[in-house]
Design a protein around this ligand. Structure first.
Ligand code: AMP
Ligand code: MG
Length: 420
C-alpha cells in the first residue's frame, strides 16, 4: 500500500518536468503498414518520400492565351502572328512553330518546344487566324517551368509527419498512391467510480452520469488511434487490477479517469504499483494536479483525475504530447498568444492554471480574452463555452482587467475566435 501522506509531501512536478519524463519514458511504435493514399489522412508517415518525377512534368501555360516565341517580339511595336493550331490541357499541339506563328493555348497545356512565352487572351486582338499583341507585350511570361514546384529527387514529405489534406494533394501530384505509415496506437480507456451511472439509467441521489468516457472517446478520435472503451470499473482494487492487467496485454496505452487522487476510494496508484510501476503523481497545474503515469509491462498508463475539466486539461497538455511521441511524431508545444484580459481572474500562487476563456478580436485586430465563467474543475458548461485556455504561470496571484495574459487556443482551432 502506498503512503498517501508521504506522496502528498513530495514537491509538485512542473509540466515541463513531467513532459521531459514522459519524453524519455515513451518510444514510438515501431511497426508500420502500407496504406493507400486515400486512407492516409492523419496517419504518421514512417519514411521520407522523394519525388520520382518533376512537377510540373512539362513546361506548360499558366494562362489561357497564345503561345509564341519571344524572338517574334519587336520592341515598342504591335506584333501580329498567325495561329496554326491548338494546345489543350491533356492534348498538346503536335506540330512545329515557325517564326511569325503562334498556337492557341489553355491553362495547363504543354508549350510547343519552340515557344517560350504566353500572352493572355485578354491582351490579344483576333482577326480570324491573325493574332495581334500590343506593343508592351513581354516575352517569357505566364510559363510554368518543368520541376518548378517539385524536382525529381526532392523530398516531398519528411518522415514522422502527420499527413494533412495538403500533403495528400502534394503526394498525389508526384504520383505517389500509397505510403508506409506507423501502425495505429492501441489505446484502452475506462472510468472508475461507484457513483457513475450509464446514460440510459435514471439518476439516483449521490450518482452522476459518466461524462468522462464520452469526453475521452471524442478526444481520442484520431486516425492514428485504435481505441477500446472498457466501460466503468467500480472503486474496487481487484476489479481495477483485473481490468488493467488484461488491457495491458494488447494495448500500448491505458487511460483511466477518477480514483487517481489520495482519497480512501482512490485505488489507481495502489493497483498500478502492484501490477506495474508508477512514475509520478502530482503536477503543478490546475486543474489536474493528481495524475498517475506508469507502465504495466510494455503498456503505458495515464491515471487522469476524475473531474471532467481536469480530464480535458491533462489530456491536452500531457496525454496528447505523449500520444504524439507514441504515434511516431515529436512532441509539439502549444502555440501561445498574448491577449488583453477584460475580466478579473482569481488565482493563488503555486500552480500553473489553465483557466477557460473566450477569445475574441476587436476591429483593430487586438486579441481580447474574458473568463468563460466558473472555473471549478467540475464545471463543464464553462469549458464548453470556452475557445481558449488562459495560461496563468505558477507565480501569478490574479489578473486585473487590462492586463496582458498568455492564451492557448483549445484544439488550435483558429476559426473558433469569436468576432465582436
Ligand atoms: P475522483 O478523482 O475519483 O475522486 O473524482 C473526482 C470528482 O470527479 C468526483 O466528483 C467524481 O464524482 C467526478 N468524476 C469521476 N469520474 C467521473 C466521470 N467519469 N464523469 C464525471 N465525473 C466524474
Ligand atoms: Mg472516485
Amino acid at each position: 500500500m502506498i503512503d498517501a501522506c508521504a506522496q502528498e509531501k513530495k514537491p509538485l512536478s512542473s509540466i515541463t518536468e513531467a513532459l521531459a519524463r514522459i519524453a524519455t519514458a515513451i518510444e514510438s511504435v515501431t511497426e508500420t503498414e502500407r496504406v493507400s493514399l486515400k486512407n492516409a489522412l492523419g496517419r504518421v508517415l514512417a519514411e521520407p518520400l522523394y519525388s520520382v518525377i518533376n512537377s510540373p512534368f512539362d513546361r506548360n501555360s499558366a494562362m489561357d492565351g497564345y503561345a509564341f516565341s519571344s524572338t517574334d517580339l519587336i520592341p515598342e511595336q504591335e506584333v501580329t502572328l498567325t495561329q496554326i493550331g491548338y494546345s489543350w490541357a491533356g492534348q498538346p499541339f503536335q506540330g512545329k512553330l515557325q517564326a511569325g506563328q503562334c498556337v492557341r493555348i489553355f491553362t495547363g497545356a504543354v508549350l510547343p518546344a519552340e515557344a517560350d512565352s504566353v500572352v493572355m487572351q485578354e491582351q490579344a486582338q483576333i482577326n480570324e487566324s491573325l493574332i495581334s499583341f500590343p506593343a508592351q507585350t513581354k516575352g517569357k511570361q505566364h510559363i510554368r517551368e518543368i520541376g518548378e514546384d517539385i524536382k525529381q529527387g526532392d523530398l516531398v514529405c519528411a518522415a514522422y509527419k502527420k499527413i494533412t489534406a495538403i500533403d495528400l494533394g502534394l503526394l498525389a501530384s508526384t504520383g505517389i498512391d500509397s505510403v508506409v505509415v506507423k501502425r495505429k496506437v492501441k489505446i484502452a480507456f475506462f472510468s472508475t467510480g461507484n457513483e457513475l451511472t450509464a446514460l440510459d439509467q435514471a439518476l439516483e441521489s449521490g450518482k452522476i452520469y459518466d461524462s468522462n468516457r464520452y469526453l475521452l472517446s471524442g478526444l481520442l478520435t484520431d486516425p492514428c488511434y485504435q481505441i477500446t472503451d472498457l466501460g466503468v470499473i467500480a472503486d474496487d482494487p481487484q476489479q481495477l487490477e483485473d481490468c488493467i492487467v488484461a488491457a495491458a496485454k494488447n494495448h500500448d496505452l491505458i487511460i483511466s479517469t477518477g480514483g487517481a487522487s489520495v482519497g480512501d476510494a482512490d485505488f489507481i496508484k495502489e493497483v498500478l504499483a502492484r501490477c506495474g510501476k508508477v512514475d509520478f503523481w502530482k503536477i503543478a497545474i490546475k486543474p489536474g494536479k493528481p495524475l498517475a503515469f506508469g507502465k504495466i509491462n510494455d503498456c503505458h498508463f495515464f491515471g487522469l483525475p476524475g473531474n471532467p475539466v481536469a480530464v480535458i486539461v491533462t489530456f491536452q497538455h500531457i496525454v496528447a504530447p505523449a500520444l504524439e511521441q507514441l504515434s511516431g511524431m515529436s512532441m509539439s508545444q502549444p502555440l501561445q498568444l498574448l491577449a488583453k484580459c477584460t475580466t478579473t481572474l482569481k488565482k493563488s500562487i503555486g500552480r500553473q492554471e489553465y483557466q477557460r476563456g473566450i477569445l475574441s478580436q476587436n476591429d483593430n485586430g487586438e486579441l481580447l480574452v474574458a473568463s468563460s465563467g466558473q472555473q471549478g474543475s467540475n464545471i463543464l458548461s464553462a469549458a464548453g463555452a470556452a475557445n481558449c485556455y488562459i495560461v496563468l504561470p505558477i507565480e501569478c496571484d490574479g489578473i486585473q482587467p487590462g492586463e496582458t495574459v498568455r492564451i492557448e487556443l483549445i484544439n488550435n482551432i483558429v476559426s473558433s475566435i469569436i468576432s465582436h
